[in-house]
Design a protein around this ligand. Structure first.
Ligand code: TRP
Length: 381
């Protein structure tokens, strides 16, 4: 837990101070030397450095150097990330997955994707297992729609793959005390015991491929920064089981539509109205952005023309940092908004157009998605 804000895997509140997080979590900032190394590998595949790296949205890591050193020696790593099904997918969820897809393309590596369908069941009073089963299926379609290679991508569903995962999870759980879990996650004595155990399940995919293949395979975990406490704990345990310490790379949150001061990250708990889901149609996207996106513009057109807007607090501009890949276009928008040439309504229209095009493509791919092709089958290596 970080002083002055709430940041645990289950709750994010207040203004998120990323520098403070780097210090208190003990992650390292991604420096220019690492960016250059990643860029070199991207170029070999005819790709450019991902805009989420160029803009420091993926901003921190643990042991990324080790992953690249191993890779350059010919020792391939695997990727691991996940999504606890508890609702429909919104745009914020897609951010780490989009980046994970780029990593799969650049390094041509396997991805293990966990759907811990017990997690939110244990943490949310009202959620039933029937509901999480339905969300698992829906969330899978969103992951698939991003274009992961079915031959190199394996879905793990905790309740379904428990037979393989549980024996590994108990080895982890045996080495984590309640006081460690309390310190890492802020649990009180009132927490249910399933929730306390859960982190052991989230540790498993970080070394399961090594178990299955019977050789030590390096693991890289792309994730939003709130998940770091899980891996801080499991990184201490996994080497003691004889597997490589997993590396990780962390991103910031997509700000909520209401603005960064009021809303640390976009979350469905701030209400359906102010959240953009992957299944929203063009009309809903337009209406939500026009109505809710916090504006850095002035009170009147006249004042805006004279004084200019503030892109640094404008949510539409901040969202374009996540979704508009073209640096030159973005720079132009920044300049024009700041000078007053571009009005708030016009900036919103640019974002609406971008997201509508993205979602149309995403929704078509979602329709074609076949989750059964991605489910890992025991026996399959
Ligand atoms: N706990 C994550 C969530 O709430 C799901 C998850 C499982 C995950 N394994 C992961 C996220 C690995 C990132 C990396 O959605």
């Amino acid at each position: 837990m970080v002083a002055g804000m709430t940041l645990t895997p289950w709750e994010v509140k207040g203004t998120i101070d990323y520098d403070k997080i780097v210090q208190e979590f003990g992650v390292e900032k991604i420096d220019s030397a690492l960016l250059a190394r990643l860029e070199k590998h991207a170029k070999k595949k005819g790709l450019v450095l991902h805009h989420l790296l160029r803009r420091h949205i993926f901003f921190a890591h643990r042991d990324l150097k080790f992953i690249l050193d191993e890779y350059e020696k010919g020792n391939r790593f695997f990727l691991y990330t996940g999504r606890a099904p508890s609702g429909n997918t919104h745009l914020g969820h897609l951010v780490p997955w989009l980046f994970t897809k780029w990593l799969q393309d650049v390094f041509d590596v396997e991805l293990w994707f966990q759907f811990p369908d017990e997690e939110k069941f244990l943490f949310k009073e009202e959620l039933t297992l029937e509901e999480t089963a339905r969300y698992t299926e829906e969330n899978m379609k969103d992951v698939i729609a991003l274009g992961f290679d079915p031959k190199k991508t394996h879905f793990l569903v905790d309740t379904r793959h428990a037979g393989v995962m549980f024996p590994e999870a108990i080895k982890v759980a045996k080495r984590i005390t309640f006081s460690t879990a309390k310190a890492a996650f802020g649990f009180s004595n009132e927490q249910n015991i399933g929730a306390i155990f859960y982190t052991a399940m989230q540790a498993v995919p970080a070394f399961l491929p090594s178990v299955l293949r019977k050789k030590p395979l390096p693991c890289l975990i792309p994730h939003a920064i709130d998940q770091d406490p899980h891996f801080r704990v499991s990184r201490d345990v996994i080497p003691r089981l004889g597997y490589p310490k997993p590396a990780s790379i962390q991103c910031r949150f997509l700000p909520g539509l209401a603005g960064m001061e009021k809303d640390g990250k976009m979350s469905s708990t701030s209400g359906d109205q102010a959240t953009i889901y992957t299944t929203d149609d063009a009309k809903a996207v337009k209406q939500k952005i026009n109505k809710y996106a916090f504006s850095g513009g002035r009170e009147t057109v006249e004042a805006h023309r004279r004084l200019g807007g503030n892109p640094d607090v404008d949510v539409s501009y901040q969202w374009l940092l996540f979704f508009e890949e073209d640096d030159a276009k973005l720079e132009r928008i920044y300049r024009d908004y700041k000078s007053g040439k571009l009005l708030s309504g016009e900036l919103k229209a640019i974002l609406i157009e971008k997201l509508t095009a993205f979602l149309a493509k995403h929704q078509a791919a979602r329709q074609r998605a076949q989750p059964e092709k991605f489910l890992w089958a025991p026996g399959k290596k």
